[in-house]
Design a protein around this ligand. Structure first.
Ligand code: NAP
Ligand code: G4F
Length: 332
């Protein structure tokens, strides 16, 4: 039985990847940090099938212990401070968690299980102020946020450990990918949740930032398969993972709100607090290398993705509402 260690298993990608690997018959070790309240929302269906290990990205000893105990064949390093907007008010924490922690994880693997195959969650945010369009593996980086800068460090230290220590270390340069498990502060989830709430009459307006930003948005369930495929190759390498299609935040609003029969223009309020000190205007990926070498293709279209997210948000908001109605009906 193959063994995999996943950091960031409670997040969006980690939860889909854990399900995928369990279905393939892997023993899955999930590393999670200590939180004051439990955070198993994304993994509640598979919680008992995961071997849980406690650890924090910034604590090398805990990472070494996680690798020592799990002795993984494959390590997926997905944990990070992943929200770009939070990286300006918290640049140092982002640097520790998203940049230096990658060296922690690589060192833990090098010392405890050097033959493990290693996946690093790199990001299209590294392209920032894009130097060519579409962006591919050879496109120069020009990060525009402390998060982007941190990911560039994580990317290059992964390449460096591959070249210095002959480790099987891959870096997946993934473009934005979303799902019903996406954190609520990211723009897709914020919009699909708002469309559902406004439709159900429990929210009045949506405060939002730059409507002109363009992104290459795919489905997280498709993207985690690419991570796995990278580690099944004979040689380690780096790959862009994207859909090759670009949409604006305005397109996103149009698709989400029209799905519930509303016109987004009646509900949005432009709010400067959601504008960024330096914006990434557009991202569009060329994933030809992944298509040719990994045989990977994205299966869910942008419209299908946004409809899926709105439908799930409608279900959840309705269920929450029923719960509160029942509670308020209780006489004390
Ligand atoms: P996510 O939902 O924000 O999940 C992040 C995970 O990291 C969570 O499980 C979180 O734990 C964990 N984590 C954060 N700080 C930690 C720490 N100090 N110690 C241990 N665990 C910690 O992110 P995601 O969307 O799944 O993305 C996964 C990875 O891919 C991230 O590295 C992200 O930067 C990168 N990426 C994402 C995208 C995208 O579009 N989704 C694109 C490119 C790259 P808690 O649950 O306790 O918070
Ligand atoms: O959804 P976002 O916050 O994602 P962003 O910044 O592109 O980062 C995501 O994708 C990266 C890959 O390229 C990952 F590495 C990273 O971890 C994360 O998953 O914002 C998307 C766009 C931005 O241009 C932002 O300015 O939407 C614009 N936007 C407009 N109004 C907004 C809002 N973003 C957010 N979060 N909230 C708004 O109200």
């Amino acid at each position: 039985m193959k063994k995999a260690l996943i950091t960031g298993v409670t997040g969006q990608d980690g939860s889909y990847l854990a399900e995928f690997l369990l279905e393939k018959g892997y023993k899955v070790y999930g590393m999670r940090r200590r939180t004051s309240t439990p955070n198993y929302e994304n993994v509640h269906a598979i919680k008992d099938q995961i071997e849980w290990l406690s650890g924090d990205l910034t604590d090398l000893a805990s990472l070494m212990e996680a690798v020592r105990i799990s002795q993984p064949d494959e390590v997926y390093n997905l944990a990070a401070q992943s929200y770009v907007a939070a990286s300006w008010p918290q640049p140092l924490a982002t640097g520790h968690m998203t940049a230096l922690s990658v060296t922690n994880m690589l060192e833990a693997v090098r010392m405890m299980k050097p033959d493990a195959k290693y996946y690093q969650a790199s990001s299209s945010e590294m392209f920032g102020k894009v130097q060519e369009t579409p962006q591919k593996e050879t496109t120069s980086f020009y990060p525009r946020s402390p998060y982007g800068v941190a990911k560039v460090y994580g990317h290059w230290i992964t390449v460096n450990y591959r070249e210095s220590f002959n480790m099987f270390a891959c870096s997946g340069i993934l473009f934005n990918h979303e799902s019903p498990r996406r954190g609520h502060e990211f723009v897709t989830r914020k919009v699909t949740d708002a469309a559902a709430r406004i439709k159900l009459g429990v929210q009045k307006e949506l405060r939002i930032g730059n409507l002109d930003a363009l992104r290459d948005w795919g489905f997280a369930g498709d993207y985690i398969k690419a991570m796995w495929l990278m580690l099944q190759q004979d040689e380690p390498d780096d790959y862009v993972i994207s859909t090759g299609e670009m949409h604006s935040v305005r397109d996103l609003l149009e698709i989400a709100f029209s799905h519930v029969g509303l016109d987004y223009r009646d509900y949005i309020v432009m709010d400067p607090q959601f504008m960024r000190p330096a914006e990434v205007d557009l991202l569009l990926g060329d994933c030809s290398k992944a298509k040719q070498q990994l045989g990977w293709i994205p299966e869910v279209s942008f419209e299908q993705l946004i409809h899926m997210m709105v439908d799930e948000d409608l279900k959840r908001v309705k269920a929450e509402h029923r719960y509160y109605e029942e509670l308020s009906g209780v006489t004390v």
